[in-house]
Design a protein around this ligand. Structure first.
Ligand SMILES: [Zn+2]
Length: 663
């Protein structure tokens, strides 16, 4: 046993001696020629599409033309070798190139060094020696000296670039390599693609690859750039920006941030075990790009390569495959979204337009003005301009407003369902309620006279709803408004706000007058346009759906618990808003679409006569196919006048589309 151990120990020692001492030179040489490289593969970021799979945000592939100096520039290799053996100023070789078509003497050289200089890829006879007396001189053919230049001319021809410009770009990397003190970094620069021309186009890229045989070291690098469908979608998609300092700090603490071009094996391990970011990587900022960051980005892959410095080839030692980002499909109709956005933009209206399919809860459009073009936001000037005009607000779900009279149909339904009033109950409007100061009807000093619930909705009489609120009481009023989804998240949208539904249980102290204000959509009541759209869906169909921006969200709804007979009374009132001579939206063209609607005018500033102008409703009233909400911030004028024409334009587009689709 002992003998056996001794023998094996001796064998092992012998082998080690052989490897480490005798064959040292051989292996050291081999290791020097090879170089381990990490290649990080960043996957395509998933795209965001509309309901018809039209891209709204997507990665487009562009092609850059690059050169790998180690293979492309034999002259540079020569210079580096000459410098390594101590030849002074070897860089002057570059300036010799254009001079002559004869053999050029480069420098005296010791014969002992020759094999090192004449190794591949310079062993093809383009370098040779001349004997002059006792000195040996190194000389080169003019072909070698002009080789790089000639290749750059071919590259310029293929890509349609200016050859001088390419040369000056290339000279920069040459200079960087020559002045690089760190051997490891220099080898890396020599072996990595350096981009000479950006966005060369697919066709040119194909030509370059086809011509590859006469252009050693020239390659095409694929790059991905984020593209967007434009301004109409800016507030919805958001944009990409560089990782900020706080995020970098957090990622660093988690060991999830990596540097480019840093090839340590620990980087490989990190990418293999966690989702890593580069320091200079772009991440989703704002809205969908931010909310879906995790899903859209996919996960990086990594390959450990062994690259042969001499030959330029490589082999893959190990690999973790990249995972592509997921694609996300929205229920948005891109064409409708554009129409809705333009309708606001051309009038200069700050505000929101929402279109929803009331039967499925699918959000067909949610436009918000002002918006921004995500593709341009990288420019600091553009960004500043946007910030100045407040363009980064998503007004459909991310902002809340007093909803004004658009809540009156909900209050009417509540009162009817609670049997506090019947469809025949009348209230007489004298222009104010109890006090002339605080609770006026909007047409004060005139008066509406006696009204039932239908005509109170039609004419938007405040006094009628003050009376109803008084009879209902704050608690019940809040209970019924909550059934219509006020005070809760209306949609599957991460940033959608809850708004505020005041009730005696969440507002202290609670004064009796608060209920009256809630009943006309003022006071502390706040709702987003999406919430109002959802409530309109409930009136239209009798069920409260979850609004769905994402195609993947299954349709879901809850019963409203209000009899159809009650809803019919409310729908009649909303129908009259559009149809009747007294209706607050009768001058708009909404009757052409058999729409039922309610206008709203929420006072913002009495002094400057500024209001939030609303119109909300559905069409056609007997078989609702679409719910619409238009909000215009801080304008002069009333809901019907201001928001009505916007709604008309959007409905025209909606029903126009539908007709085309049915054909
Ligand atoms: Zn009135």
């Amino acid at each position: 046993m002992l003998v056996l151990s001794v023998i094996s120990l001796l064998t092992l020692t012998g082998r080690l001696f052989h490897l480490q001492i005798l064959r040292y030179r051989h292996y050291a040489e081999k290791a020097r020629k090879k170089c381990l490289l990490l290649e990080v593969v960043t996957p395509r970021r998933g795209s965001i599409t509309d309901r018809n799979r039209l891209p709204i945000a997507y990665d487009a592939t562009t092609y850059d033309l690059a050169v790998v100096p180690a293979r492309f520039d034999r002259l540079l290799r020569l210079v580096l070798r000459l410098r390594a053996i101590g030849v002074p100023n070897p860089e002057k070789v570059f300036s010799l190139t254009a001079q002559t078509n004869r053999v050029v003497v480069l420098c005296p050289i010791s014969e002992r060094r020759l094999p090192y200089i004449l190794r591949a890829p310079l062993s093809d006879g383009s370098l040779f020696t001349l004997q002059r007396g006792k000195t040996v001189l190194l000389a080169a053919t003019p072909e070698l000296l002009s080789e790089t230049r000639k290749m750059l001319v071919v590259v310029a021809e293929l890509t349609g670039q200016n050859p001088k410009k390419l040369m000056s770009r290339y000279t920069k990397i040459r200079q960087k390599i020559i002045t690089c003190k760190n051997g490891y970094e220099r080898r890396h620069l020599m072996g990595s693609p350096y981009v000479l021309a950006e966005r060369i186009g697919r066709f040119v890229a194909m030509r370059v690859e086809a011509e590859g045989w006469r252009l050693p070291g020239v390659c095409v690098v694929e790059r991905k750039r984020r593209r967007y469908a434009g301004e109409a979608f800016g507030t919805l998609t958001g944009y990409l920006r560089l990782i900020n300092a706080d995020e970098a700090k957090e990622l660093r603490a988690q060991g999830r941030i990596i540097s480019r071009g840093y090839n340590s094996p620990s980087t490989y391990e990190r990418i293999a075990s966690a989702d890593c970011y580069f320091w200079d990587e772009r991440v989703g900022a704002f809205r969908l790009e931010a909310a879906l960051e995790r899903r859209l980005r996919g996960r990086k892959g990594v390959r450990l390569l062994e690259r042969d410095i001499e030959e330029g080839g490589y082999c893959v030692l190990s690999e973790v495959k990249a995972k592509a980002g997921e694609n996300v499909r929205l229920n948005i109709d891109a064409d409708l979204q554009k129409v809705a956005y333009e309708a606001l933009k051309k009038r200069g209206f700050r505000g929101a337009v929402v279109l929803v399919d009331p039967n499925s809860g699918a959000i067909l459009a949610m436009a918000s003005y002002p918006s921004f073009d995500p593709a341009k936001i990288k420019a600091p000037k553009y960004y500043k301009e946007i910030m100045k005009r407040g363009g980064l607000i998503e007004r459909c779900g991310g902002a809340c407003y007093p909803p004004g009279s658009t809540v009156k149909p909900l209050v009417a339904a509540a009162a009817l369902a609670e049997h506090i009033i019947t469809p025949q109950t009348t209230v007489t409007c004298r222009g104010y309620y109890r006090s002339r100061k605080a609770f006026r009807c909007w047409i004060y000093p005139n008066a509406h006279g006696p009204l039932n619930v239908t005509s109170a909705i039609e004419r938007s009489c405040n006094v009628f709803f003050f009376e109803v609120a008084e009879r209902l009481g704050g608690e019940k009023l809040a209970k019924w408004l909550a059934r219509f989804g006020l005070g809760e998240k209306p949609a599957d949208i991460p940033w959608s706000k809850r708004g505020f539904l005041p009730s005696p249980s969440n507002t202290h102290p609670w004064y009796r007058g608060y209920g009256r204000l809630v009943a006309i959509g003022q006071g502390q009541l706040l709702a987003s346009p999406l919430q109002i759209a959802r409530a309109m869906c409930a009136i239209a169909t009798g069920k409260l759906p979850l609004l769905r921006l994402f195609d993947e969200t299954p349709p879901q709804s809850r019963p409203l618990g209000i009899p159809e007979s009650v809803l019919d009374v409310v729908r009649d009132g909303m129908r009259l808003v559009v149809e009747s001579r007294h209706g607050t939206a009768h001058k708009t063209g909404l009757s052409a679409f058999y729409a039922a609607a309610k206008t709203g005018t929420a006072e913002v500033s009495k002094k400057r006569h500024l209001n939030h102008a609303w119109i909300a409703g559905f069409a056609p009233y007997d078989a609702p196919k679409v719910v619409f909400v238009v909000l215009v911030e801080k304008v002069r004028g009333h809901g019907g006048q201001v928001a009505g024409p916007v709604a008309e334009e959007v409905l025209k587009a909606f029903f126009g589309e539908r007709k085309r689709a049915e054909r």
